[in-house]
Write a new protein. Sequence first.
Lengths: 316, 321
Amino acid sequence: MKAASISRGLLRNPPLITLALVALVWIVAGLSLRGFAAVGHLRYILELSAIIGIVAAGQTLVILVGGIDLSVGAVITVTAILLPLISPDWDPTGLLGVVLTLAIAAVIGLANAMGQVFLKVPAIIMTLAMATFLQGLLVLIAGGSAVSVTNEAVIWLGSARPFGVPAGIIVWIAVAAAVLTAIHRRPFGARLLALGANPLAARLSGVDVSRTTFAVYALAGLFSGLAGLLVLGMNRQGYVGIGDPYLMTSIAAVVLGGTSILGGRGSYAGTIPGAILLVTTTALITVVNASPGWRSIMFGSLILALLLISGREAQR
Amino acid sequence: MTPSASPSGSLYFAIQRRRNRGLGGLYLVVAAFLVVYGVLFPGLLSVGGFSKFSQNWFPLALVTMAQALLMLNGGISLAIGPLVSLGGVVAAITMGGPAGAFGGLLAVVVAGLVIGALTGLIVAYMRLPAIIVTLAGSFIITGVALLLLPRPGGSIPDWLSQALAGQQPTAFALLVLVLCAWKLFLATPLGIGVYAVGDNPVGAFRSGVPVERVRVVSFAVSGLLAALAGLFVAAQTGSGDPVIGTSFTLNSIAGAVLGGVGFLGGKGTMRGAIAGSLLLSVMINVMFFLGFPPVAQYVAQGVIIVGAVAIPEFAGRWRKA
């Protein structure tokens, strides 16, 4: 009786399902694949998950208010290419360049919100147009060639391991703590969920829709920018298209975590295991040594299968 | 109206007028761009120039129709581009073989319909959001295309390439044919259901529209259109390429949005979407002839998409005030 209610409770809790899936995959893979359970390998998986996790933090907020951000990939590319160009030479720490780049990323997010608030353009169109716009603008400004990074702060971010923990993972933990607090422990989170569940009711109950929209999209831009800096630090090179893979994976991580794509329901607590699950399966598919075609098929089938388990939408 | 006037006829034109409402501005912009294009490139008026232009436009028009069809009943597809690639790949590996051109055409049609219908079944009967299902589908379809043809290759018979992408405006004739087929489809109960389901699913359901079946058929037809666009692109290049369609996903959405098709279903018309795809195609051509670098087209596209949605919104508010 008690076990039944616990298992039913588990099935009603998408973050727990995703977490259980991660544990299952890790245990099975650890027992059957040599080297999978090595500390170094698991740490590498978490380090890659950190990038997707940070992008998906912004994406989670945006999807919770009932929007979607299709410009996160473009923002990552923008930061990865702009940072080496705008970091001033006289600043040996490179921190100024980091701050400037993150500010630009947040401003791009603000512009996304402005289009929606002032021009009444739907989120999917606004962010799609923004992504297209940035893609063109970037090539016009920076040319098509790759740029190497010399910024000390960013190189540190991509390679340092205080106490054996990669800096990226530490940043992720900080972002996760902040986002979880904001969603579950602050009025901001309540406004977010109310706005996503029913915009009209939220507005009539006194939620400042414009301000919430601005905050959410600015955060999405900021987090994408942060992820862009991490990617740049790990790659040591920025090039056009570097951010493209993160658009679809960020959305997939949010959905795998059980957040409703229609908004109003979900949590970042699910997105975290969602991101780890995505990276783990990608790593496993690489280990199995499948052709790119099979890899793509497995990845798509995985999203579909997990969707069938956890992502069912409410009935009409 | 006198009672003796044919009621069905007047109703028909009333509906046509209603469908054209709000599109006047778009038609004007398209016409203006066409004039600019004609002035910059007088060759447009020759048979060869017109053929080349319609060949650029044709695949974009097909994928925009494929996308608009789904958006009209409240769906969306992120798998349009991969389906275009798959259509081209299937054509390139079957047409050179024993199946011949017609066997290949059949294979492309079947592939498009089956994949589309499968997607539709999942979306309609499992009640999963179309955007995520097609996102997953885009990976699976890309994978299948890569398995069938890991690197660009295969071949399209030369006579077919010449017939489709040669010096005759075959592409334009085919587009007219497709539009006629769409008109016929709209005359069927399922076709009427496409608009009805998007406008008000519950109301449509209560009026006896088979909502689920309409969704599945929409996805199937959309898949067919995208796969056929792939066949045409393969005929243009003479071979198959497993990733050639990638850009069509965003462009199909852009074309539909430019044409005034809304994301929530029921808003917009297919004729608007066609005009939107024409505008996009002409815009790309004009910018090319004005000597802009190819990427400037993206900048302009981003601005124009936002403008296309924001300006009618502002006009509406201004009119009310």
